[in-house]
Each structure stands twice: as C-alpha cells, then as structure tokens.
Ligand binder design. Structure first.
Ligand code: NAD
Ligand code: ZN
Length: 377
C-alpha cells in the first residue's frame, strides 16, 4: 500500500510499504478516506520529536471498515468510522475512568499509545491507504449516514476538535466566562469553537498570523495580534484590568516570539499573567521530557521556569496532557450530525496523498492560507 513515511528532518516520502492487515482477532482494518496533517506531525517533521526512518506518520484518521477480526462484535464491514488518535484498550484502570490518552495496555512501559508517533508504540500511521486499528470495538467511532457528505467536519473528530474541547474542560470553563487561547493553529481554533459552543462570554485568540486570526474572528472570537505588544497587557486592557477567567495553551514547547526566537515558557507565563485569581489554565500544546535541539538551556532537559509565586498567589489551577478523545468524540459527532457545529471550517486544503510532502512544507512554514490539510489517500 501507499503511505507517507518519515525519512529525516524535513524529509517525508510517499512510498510503498507492506499492506496493513488484521494481526489480532480484536483488530479492524480501515481504508482511509481522510487523514489530516496535525501540528503534532510538524514536531516529527522538524526532527524535534525524532521518529524512526520509514515509519508511516498520521494519527488523525477516518475511513471505511473493510475487514474485521473474529472477536470484533460491534463494528461492521462498510461502517464509516472516526479513529481517536489515542489507541486504547478500554479495560485498564485509566481507560475505565475515561482517560484513554493514558492507556496502560497498548504501549507497555508508557501511559498512552497513538498511530504513527514516536514513543507512542509500534503502530503505523494512517497517512496511508489502509490502517490497522487495534481493539477495534473500542477505537472506532461509527459515523452516521451523512459521513461522506460532512467528511471535513467528521475528520476533525479524530484529534483536534476533542482536543480543543479538552482544553476548555482542563481550564474549567463555564458558560458566561471569558477565556484566552494562545495559538490560532488548528488546535487553538478548535478550542475557540468549543468555548463558543459552551457559551463563553468572550473568546480571545492570540497569534500573529492574520489568516489564522481571521478564522478565529469568523466564529466570533476576538483576535489578539502579539506583534501589537505584550499579550498579557493586551488581554488585561480588554478586560478592565481583571484578566480572563480561563486560559488555554495551544502552542507547545516550540513557542516563539513573533521574530521566531523560541521562548518555551512564554505562553505559560503569559497565561499566568492573563488569568485572574482562582481561574484555570488548560495546556494542550505538547511539552516534551527532553529536546537536545532546543535553543533554550532548560528545555533541553524538559524544564521550564514558570512564575510559580504568582501562580500560587492567584490560586490558579492547571491541567495538561494529551486529550482523551473518547471522552468527547461521540457527543461532538452528534453536534455535527445535528448541524450544530461545522469544525471543518478551518480546512484549507483537500489533497491526494501524493501531494503530502508539499503540504508538509507549506503547513510547516505556516504559509498564508495553509491552516489545515486533509489528505485523501
Ligand atoms: P500549529 O503549530 O499549526 O499552531 C500553533 C500556532 O501557535 C501557530 O499558528 C503559531 O503561530 C502560534 N504561536 C507560536 N508561538 C506563539 C506564541 N508565543 N503566542 C501565541 N501563538 C503562538 O499546530 P496545532 O495543530 O494547532 O497544534 C498546536 C499544539 O497542540 C502543538 O504542540 C501540537 O502538538 C499540540 N497538540 C496537542 C494535542 C493534545 O492532545 N494535547 C493534540 C493535538 C495537538
Ligand atoms: Zn493531531
């Protein structure tokens, strides 16, 4: 089958690899119809989350079930399914509590597994014609009859929409509260949509790319351009000096200033400054245990200097980590089906798999108009 594989920093290739197949009776085999490029894939692409040569990338997958193992009872051949990026067993102590991003079964010695990602287990990615889905009854979300018609919307269910929603839950957002979201990439935009759906009073979105800020504006969010001055000052100014009730980090450890200098602790400290006393912060952007290539001395060893004294004095709370997609994807699917949300509004490009290397190059450069790429193998 054809798949997009990692070769080395800024080098990906569409090549032939052995067909994905059923390996265990609980597996499901899916023919991929939509597979998105994620900001998380850029960490791989840039060589900052190094992956082995020849492994297929791709964890935001959707498609049609073409074969099921003997022990699969619920999923049927022909079903259109969305596949959470987390691979989960469904029966370990974390999965039973809904914390499927921290499954203890699928990636022994580590809490959590995913498709096509370093450290997340031996699973191939779905930027390919076919994908093996372990524990298929647990990991396939069946889609209704409008799956093909609303494919761009449903394709957002594998990762970024549930992830954005997770950010609002980690931050503790309640209806009528305001929230500031750092990062207007796909994840930040999905956090903004989630906050709007949940009745936030005002949603601020911080970035410096006008095209991405414009997308935030289209769903009624207030854009904040950090080239206009210190972000926390801008947020305090627009909230009568009070700050926001909630904050969401949707950037990660490669956070940088508008000139491109990496300052990994900047978004967290800006959030601590922007969120009012007793408020909450949800961190979705990825932070890694080590990155020898980071220009920041602390970050080389996974450390951040954060304004802990202010954090404590304000009585803030903070939650972080990979999103437990299964905790939200069913209800979010139903919002799409009911016509109450169109997360596919951020998709800028639908491309064949063969054009993936070009798409990576543009998305990585955050070129104007390249907000979210959906590949159709
Ligand atoms: P992205 O890289 O396209 O978006 C990040 C945005 O942040 C860019 O638009 C960039 O201009 C902006 N940015 C950079 N520095 C900034 C700063 N200091 N202040 C404000 N904005 C800044 O990627 P994405 O797909 O939106 O993903 C964002 C992060 O979320 C990545 O780290 C990704 O790995 C992570 N992620 C986490 C989960 C999870 O489960 N927790 C899931 C998916 C993605
Ligand atoms: Zn993703």
């Amino acid at each position: 089958m054809k798949a997009l594989v990692y070769r080395g920093p800024r080098e990906v290739e569409v090549t032939q690899m052995p067909d994905a197949r059923i390996e265990a009776p609980t597996d499901v085999l899916v023919r991929i119809t939509s597979t998105n490029i994620c900001g998380s894939d850029l960490h791989i692409y840039e060589g900052r989350a190094p992956m082995e040569d020849g492994k297929a990338i791709g964890h935001e997958n959707m498609g049609e079930v073409v074969e099921i193992g003997d022990a699969v009872v619920r999923v049927k051949v022909g079903d259109m399914v969305s596949l959470p990026f987390n691979i989960a067993c469904g029966f370990c102590t974390n999965c039973e509590r809904g914390l499927t991003a921290f499954c203890l079964t699928v990636n022994p010695g580590f809490a959590g597994g995913a498709y096509g990602y370093p450290m997340m287990g031996p699973y191939q990615g779905g930027q390919a014609e076919f994908l093996r889905v372990p524990f298929g009854d647990v990991n396939c979300l069946r889609l209704p009859e409008d799956a093909r018609e609303k494919e761009a919307d449903y394709a957002m269910l594998a990762d970024i929409w549930p992830t954005g929603w997770h950010g609002t839950r980690l931050a503790g957002l309640r209806p009528g509260e305001n929230v500031a979201i750092f990062g207007s990439g796909p994840v930040g935009l999905m956090a903004a949509l989630s906050a709007q759906v949940q009745g936030a009073e005002e949603v601020f979105v911080v970035d410096r790319h006008p095209d991405r800020l414009a997308l935030a504006e289209r769903i009624g969010a207030t854009p904040i351009d950090d080239t206009d001055g210190p972000t926390a000052d801008q947020i305090l100014e627009r909230t009568k000096g009070e700050g926001v009730a909630r904050g969401i980090e949707a950037v990660g450890w490669q956070a940088h200033d508008p000139q491109g200098h990496e300052v990994p602790n900047s978004t967290i400290n800006d959030l601590i400054a922007s969120v009012r006393a007793t408020g909450g912060i949800g961190v979705l952007g990825v932070f890694v245990p080590e990155d020898p290539q980071s220009p920041d001395e602390d970050m080389k060893e996974g450390r951040l200097t954060i304004d802990w004294g202010t954090f404590f004095t304000k009585g803030l709370h903070l939650g972080c980590g990979q999103a437990n997609v299964k905790a939200y994807n069913r209800e979010l699917r139903d919002l799409v089906h009911a016509g109450k949300a169109q997360p596919g509004w951020i998709v800028s490009h639908h491309l064949p798999l063969d054009e993936a290397p070009e798409a990576y190059r543009h998305f990585d450069a955050r070129d104007e108009g390249w907000t979210k790429v959906v590949l159709h193998p």
